[in-house]
Design a protein around this ligand. Structure first.
Ligand SMILES: Cc1cc2nc3c(=O)[nH]c(=O)nc-3n(C[C@H](O)[C@H](O)[C@H](O)COP(=O)(O)OP(=O)(O)OC[C@H]3O[C@@H](n4cnc5c(N)ncnc54)[C@H](O)[C@@H]3O)c2cc1C
Length: 399
């Protein structure tokens, strides 16, 4: 199985990342209020990561990265996923990672200079604004945000929400309708780069998610665009290509998420086993002696391993054959791994009893935060329907 092979160079990277997380990042998890006011501390850790040569592991050497394949990066992403801060300190976190990739592919030299370089250097952050409160995000062609050309400018009006990390971002990549009359609904929208200090760009609020309104990098922003004017040069790619580019962004993006989730699963699994072995229900009778717990341990092991193999196989397919050839595999891992994650976290919390409900461990944070895994980048139902249709059409089903 080629996708399980790890080269010497990747092994060296993985060991370096592992020791960096151990020395510098895991101790941060002990901080009270660990997700508020931590950005400056994390930025300090970013500087250290960069000094150790651990920076933008997803990028090619042309952009200052190590030039790993997507499959190789998946191994690094799993390791980073073991802590909520992992991807951020190596500057390969969503949504910046997707924005970097799309800018590299479709940005002009001026856009590279102004937006991409500072993003790669870690001097700024960005966000991606597509979903709208008034329209179903599962069917984004119904988008209401419009960008009208006036002379050398686009004038944007609309309403977005759930733009992750919008608070403190320097720019947003905004999906807006530029060609409402295009016959093909997938050719109506474009991507436009909007600096967040542009007049008419209003960050309305950081949306509370599962009881917590994150700030800065951990935020999810609601944004209003009111006659927000940007120059024509801020168009990313060509007019009407927004949905095609969004699909390009989401393919590898789903691999990144899935491997991060597997990192969380592994950490939760370790916590569950460790606690089950230590917690005594009666003298000499640890939780681990109960068959229910043993079943959970065995089932989690099988499910996590299966999830990893599916994701690596998909990453390998994208590397060799491209996103389009792997589209069914991408949908399959998106719902499968998100559900493995929920199950593993739920069992780990149950084993921890009351402790699992507190914020003394990371389990409760992950349980709240990662419930969204079954919704963002396409809800379970959308991906299941896509997989099922592709299979059933091979049997002649006219659906
Ligand atoms: C934590 C978080 C972070 C996010 N980050 C971003 C971001 O950075 N940028 C951004 O633009 N968006 C972001 N989103 C938005 C996310 O992508 C959307 O929430 C998602 O696409 C679903 O859209 P919706 O919320 O409008 O749900 P809707 O489309 O209204 O769907 C509601 C529910 O209907 C069901 N459903 C939908 N379609 C079907 C179907 N075909 N068959 C059966 N059932 C169906 C599903 O159960 C779904 O959950 C984020 C969301 C969350 C929760």
């Amino acid at each position: 199985m080629e996708f399980m092979k790890i080269s010497d160079r990747l092994q060296e990277w993985l060991e370096n990342v592992r020791s960096f997380l151990q020395q510098e990042i895991y101790p941060l998890e002990q901080q009270p209020n660990r997700f508020d006011d931590i950005e400056s501390l994390l930025n300090e850790k970013r500087r250290k990561a960069r000094e150790r040569g651990l920076w933008t592991p997803h990028l090619s050497p042309a952009w200052g990265g190590p030039g790993f394949s997507l499959m190789e990066f998946a191994h690094i992403s799993e390791l980073l996923g073991r802590t909520p801060f992992g991807h951020y300190v190596l500057n390969c976190q969503a949504p910046d990672i997707g924005n970097m990739e799309i800018l590299i592919k479709h940005g002009t030299p001026e856009q590279h200079q102004r937006f991409l370089r500072p993003l790669i250097n870690g001097d700024i952050r960005s966000c991606f604004a597509m979903t709208e409160p008034e329209h179903a995000g599962s069917n984004p062609v119904m988008m209401g945000t419009i960008a009208v050309r006036e002379g050398d400018e686009y004038v944007i009006n609309g309403h977005k929400w759930f733009a992750s990390s919008a608070d403190g971002a320097a720019f947003a990549i905004v999906m807006a309708v530029t060609h409402p009359d295009a016959e093909n609904p997938y050719q109506r929208a474009s991507m436009i780069i909007v600096p967040t200090d542009t007049p008419g760009f209003h960050l309305v609020r950081n949306i509370p998610v599962m009881g917590h309104a994150g700030r800065g990098y951990f935020s999810h922003g609601e944004i209003r665009f009111e006659n927000c004017r940007v120059p024509r040069e801020n168009l990313l790619g060509s007019e009407g290509a927004g949905f095609a580019m969004a699909q390009e962004r989401l393919g590898p993006g789903r691999i990144h998420h899935c491997m991060r989730w597997i990192g969380i699963c592994e950490r939760a699994f370790e916590m569950m086993c460790d606690y089950a072995a230590r917690r005594e229900l009666a003298p000499g009778k640890p939780l681990a002696s109960r068959q229910t717990v043993q079943n959970w341990v065995a089932e989690c092991r099988a499910e996590i391993d299966a999830a990893r193999m599916l994701v690596l196989r998909t990453a390998q397919k994208i590397d060799h054959e491209g996103d389009y050839a792997a589209r069914m595999d991408i949908s399959l891992i998106k719902f499968y791994v998100a559900n493995v994650l929920q199950t593993v976290l739920d069992r780990a919390i149950q084993v921890h009893g009351g402790l699992g409900m507190t914020d003394d461990t990371l389990l409760a944070f992950w349980f709240r935060h990662e419930r969204a895994a079954r919704i963002y980048d396409g809800p379970d139902e959308v991906h299941k329907t896509r997989v099922a249709k592709m299979i059933l059409r091979q049997y002649g089903a006219k659906i």
